[in-house]
Design a protein around this ligand. Structure first.
Ligand SMILES: [Zn+2]
Ligand SMILES: [Zn+2]
Length: 344
C-alpha cells in the first residue's frame, strides 16, 4: 500500500509498504483522512519531538478518520464502511494514571504515529476497538480527523479554570491557538488578545472572536496598561513563548502551556517577574478521554471547521503539503491528507 514515511529532518517520502494485517484484537481500517499536526512538523523538521527522536523510518499521522473495513466489525458493535475516529493514544487501562482518568500520562501507552508506533498516513491502518470512536455519520472525514486537535483544546480548557468575564491572552493563532480562542470565547471569556507574528493569522483571529490581535507580547501587555490578562494560553512552537506568557499574565494569574517548543529547551527568562507575580503554571500532555466533548463542541458549531481545515490534498501531494505547512505559506492552518482520494 502507499504510505508517507519520514526518514529524517525534511525528508518525507511516498513509498510502498506492506499493508497491515489486524491482530486478533484489532480491526482493519481504510484511512479516510489524516490531518497534519504541529507535532508531525517537529518530526519532519527536527527528526523528533524534544528528546523523542525517530530512529527508523516513521509513518506519521495521529489525527485519524477511517472507514471500518473489516468483516468482523459487527462482533465489535460496528458496521463495515462506518466512518470512525481513531484516538491516537492506546493506554494500558490498569496503571495509576489510567485508573485516575489520565490515560494521556500512562507510561505504557502506545501513541499511533509517534515512534516506534506506526501512524495512519497510509491507505490502511489497524486499531483496537478501545481506540475506535464512533462519530456522527454526517461529519466529514476532515472534521473527524480534526477531532483530535479539538480534543487537545478541550483538555487545555479544563486546565484553564476560566471564569466568566476573565481576560485572556492566547499566544499563537495556529490550529490549536485558533481552537482555544473559539473555546474561551464560547466559554464566556472577557477581553481576548491574540499574539501572533503571521499577519494573515492575526486577521483570522479577529474574525474568530479575538478583540485584538498583535504581533508581539510587548504590544499585548501595552494594551492592558501593563497589567496583563487573568489567563494566558500558550499555543506556539517558540522556546521563548513561556517567557512571553509570564510577561503577558496578570499578577496571580494563570498560564497554561499547550505548545511544543522547537528544540529541547525553553529559553531562559527573568526570574523576577515569574516569581514575584505568583502565577500558576499548568502544562498539557496530549489529552484524556475527550472525544465525546469534542464531538459535541463541533456539532454545536463552536469551532469554525472551515477556518481550521484550509487545505485538502491527496496522499501523493504529501511532500508539498508538509513543505507548505512548515513555511506557513498560502494561509495554511491545517492540512488534511486523504490516502484513498480526496473526499470533501
Ligand atoms: Zn495532533
Ligand atoms: Zn496506564
Amino acid at each position: 500500500m502507499r504510505a508517507a514515511v519520514i526518514h529524517g529532518p525534511k525528508d518525507i517520502r511516498l513509498e510502498d509498504i506492506p499493508a497491515p494485517k489486524p491482530a486478533a484484537d484489532e480491526l482493519l481500517l481504510k484511512v479516510a483522512s489524516v490531518c497534519v499536526c504541529g507535532s508531525d512538523l517537529h518530526y519532519y523538521l527536527e527528526g523528533g519531538v524534544g528528546t523523542k527522536k525517530i530512529t527508523k523510518p516513521q509513518v506519521p499521522g495521529h489525527e485519524i478518520a477511517a472507514w471500518v473495513w473489516d468483516d468482523r466489525a459487527p462482533e465489535w458493535g460496528l458496521e463495515k464502511g462506518q466512518l470512525v475516529a481513531v484516538e491516537p493514544t492506546r493506554s494500558c487501562g490498569v496503571c495509576e494514571h489510567c485508573m485516575h482518568g489520565r490515560p494521556n500520562l500512562c507510561p505504557e501507552q502506545h501513541f499511533h504515529g509517534g515512534p516506534p508506533w506506526i501512524g495512519a498516513l497510509a491507505e490502511y491502518f489497524t486499531a483496537t476497538r478501545q481506540v475506535i470512536i464512533p462519530v456522527p455519520q454526517q461529519f466529514s472525514p476532515a472534521t473527524v480527523a480534526a477531532l483530535e486537535a479539538v480534543g487537545i483544546g478541550i483538555h487545555a480548557m479544563r486546565k484553564t479554570d476560566l471564569q466568566l468575564g476573565q481576560s485572556v491572552t492566547v499566544l499563537g493563532n495556529g490550529p490549536i491557538g485558533q481552537i482555544l480562542l473559539q473555546l474561551v470565547r464560547g466559554a464566556g471569556a472577557g477581553r481576548i488578545i491574540v499574539i501572533e507574528p503571521v499577519a494573515d493569522r492575526r486577521a483570522k483571529a479577529l474574525k474568530l472572536g479575538a478583540d485584538e490581535a498583535v504581533a508581539t507580547y510587548q504590544e499585548a501587555v501595552a494594551l492592558t496598561g501593563g497589567h496583563g490578562t487573568d489567563l494566558v494560553i500558550e499555543a506556539t512552537n517558540s522556546p521563548d513563548a513561556f517567557a512571553h506568557a509570564v510577561q503577558a499574565v496578570k499578577w496571580a494569574g494563570r498560564i497554561v502551556l499547550v505548545g511544543i517548543p522547537t528544540g529541547i529547551n525553553y529559553n531562559p527568562m527573568d526570574a523576577m517577574p515569574f516569581r514575584s507575580k505568583e502565577v500558576t503554571v499548568l502544562t498539557c500532555n496530549k489529552m484524556g478521554h475527550v472525544y465525546p466533548e469534542a464531538i459535541e463542541v463541533v456539532k454545536r458549531g463552536l469551532i469554525d471547521m472551515d477556518a481550521l481545515l484550509t487545505h485538502h490534498v491527496p496522499l501523493e501531494e504529501t511532500v508539498a503539503a508538509y513543505q507548505r505547512q512548515a513555511a506557513y505559506r498560502d494561509g495554511v492552518i491545517k492540512t488534511v491528507i486523504y490516502p484513498n482520494g480526496v473526499v470533501c
